[in-house]
Ligand binder design. Structure first.
Ligand SMILES: Nc1nc2c(ncn2[C@@H]2O[C@H](COP(=O)(O)OP(=O)(O)O)[C@@H](O)[C@H]2O)c(=O)[nH]1
Ligand SMILES: [Mg+2]
Length: 223
């Protein structure tokens, strides 16, 4: 739990605790709905431009012959990502949050009502591009994946330990650019595992289609 500066820090901690509890209860309700229809959901998070949409496109290509996939695209504005996913031949639903920096369980519940869950095996959710905020807002997903990329530089994990503590699955994208960015992917992996020892970290390149099979398999294992 984060602490806030100021005299009423204790009250603020309590309010934040209550809000997080509310979110967890709402997320649990989403999970019950998904489980009733035997639908699996994966929440894909990460900063703007790390490659979330590109990763979903690649995963859809790999899995769509075996799974009936639906994608929910969260973004502040535009339907660009929905169109990109739609071009892969699966249904995509856009949520535009305006100024909100994350999706939440209630908004996703609204989408679940529109999706034909009886005809769906897997929902991939692209959360709003933001490294920090979405982590505190569970959606009821069976897996949460953080996508980072080497173009964010070598310190992203070390500078955000609270975020990576929460993440069981992390993809390091754009490994094709590691040399030019002067980023040591091995060191990034060590940083992430130094924060969370059981983190499952997958170096990938959506551009070169590298590492995506292992990641897709891991995400669907035992759910
Ligand atoms: N070089 C390289 N570029 C990538 C890779 N993955 C995505 N990109 C590019 O990064 C930019 C942002 O990707 P996008 O999927 O829109 O990121 P998002 O904002 O996280 O959804 C696009 O120009 C992609 O073509 C990769 O593995 N290597
Ligand atoms: Mg995107």
């Amino acid at each position: 739990m984060r602490k806030f500066p100021g005299n009423n820090g204790v009250d603020k901690i309590k309010i934040e605790k209550d809000l997080l509890l509310d979110q967890q209860m709402l997320a649990a309700e989403n999970r019950r709905i998904l489980d009733r229809f035997n639908v699996k959901m994966i929440d894909i998070m990460g900063s703007v431009g790390t490659g979330k949409t590109s990763l979903i496109q690649q995963v859809v290509k790999q899995l769509k012959s075996n799974y009936r996939i639906v994608v929910i695209n969260g973004d502040l504005d535009t339907t660009i990502d929905q169109e990109r996913i739609g071009s892969c031949g699966v249904d995509a639903y856009q949520i535009n949050t305006g100024k909100e920096c994350h999706l939440d369980a209630v908004t996703v519940r609204g989408m679940l009502k529109q999706i034909n869950l009886e005809q769906t095996d897997l929902i991939l959710v692209e959360n709003v591009g933001n490294l920090i905020c979405p982590v505190d807002f569970p959606l009821g997903a069976h897996r949460r994946l953080m996508v980072i990329s080497v173009t964010e530089g070598p310190y992203v994990a070390r500078k955000h330990p609270a975020v990576f503590m929460e993440m069981e699955y992390v993809a390091i994208n754009k490994t094709d650019l590691a040399a030019v960015m002067n980023v040591d992917v091995g060191e990034l992996i060590r940083d992430i595992k130094g924060i969370r020892v059981n983190a499952r970290v997958y170096p990938i390149s959506c551009r070169q289609q590298g590492g995506l099979g292992d990641l897709a398999t891991a995400l669907l294992e035992d759910i």
